[in-house]
Design a protein around this ligand. Sequence first.
Ligand code: A3P
Length: 287
Amino acid sequence: MANLDVTLRYSGINFPGHLHTMQSMRFAEEFKFCDTDTVIVTYPKSGTTWMQEILTIIDSDGSQVPAKTIPNWIRTPWIEHYYCKDVLQNKLDNRIITTHLPYHILSKSLKNSNAKVIYVARNPMDIIVSFYHFHKMANFLPEPGTFGEFLEKFILGEVHFGSWFEHIKEWLSHREEFNFLFITYEELKKDLRHSVEKLCSFLERPLLPEVIDTIVRHCSFASMKDNQMINYTLIPNEIMDHQRGKFMRKGIVGDWKEHFTEEQKQLFEKIFQEKMSDSNIWFIWTL
Ligand code: A3P
């Protein structure tokens, strides 16, 4: 299935038709989650792949075999992607499921279970930079134009996957409805070991210190960027143009400083204040 130029408009949001169909969205909306499921919820470019890798290796008690032999979209599939139904066919419990869907699309099905929900957030200025570069290489996303043009579309919520502001505010304002953990990309970056311990405790999966050491080593940027099962080099050039960028690009906090002009920074800060004033979410912008 290529559909590289197709956009699916669903519930007021554009999604790449390469991965999403009306049927796959309905599948997600009606999915029967189990109490044993763990669901990673993210806006794109927030650290989704990182969390998929951490949870995979926690789940395998530190064995790197699944992480090194099974692509992330098979072991931790996106519930809204067209192939998910087949992937999950024979897996009925203890699943790690990923989603970029907003609360208002997924909540009805998710609320019917006591699945563990892990929301990974990242400071939005770094998301914009990462998303901008990803648009250049992903042939299933529109051409981003200049950084300034992309920034404007992001602020207006006109990019694929919808408004970041709505995504995070909606999910966090309903967190009490779920068995929910909030964690940030910056926390992972600042202290991966502590973050893994926090995740193990939430998942009720106590692990030996030496297993945690292995997880921390395996999930470093340097190690993950060479793992073909998550760096997307298995995806053909027609779909992801590997000459135009790398999925595992920089993996740092504060790369926005290399991209935003002073004027763009001030504009974004003003919009951020306006849109986020009714929430108590705060971010680490640099490390
Ligand atoms: P950059 O483009 O800023 O490098 P997602 O998986 O949600 O699409 O997010 C991708 C971003 O997470 C990319 O950011 C990628 O490099 C970063 N990332 C993935 N694994 C990482 C790791 N182990 N350490 C730090 N950053 C990581």
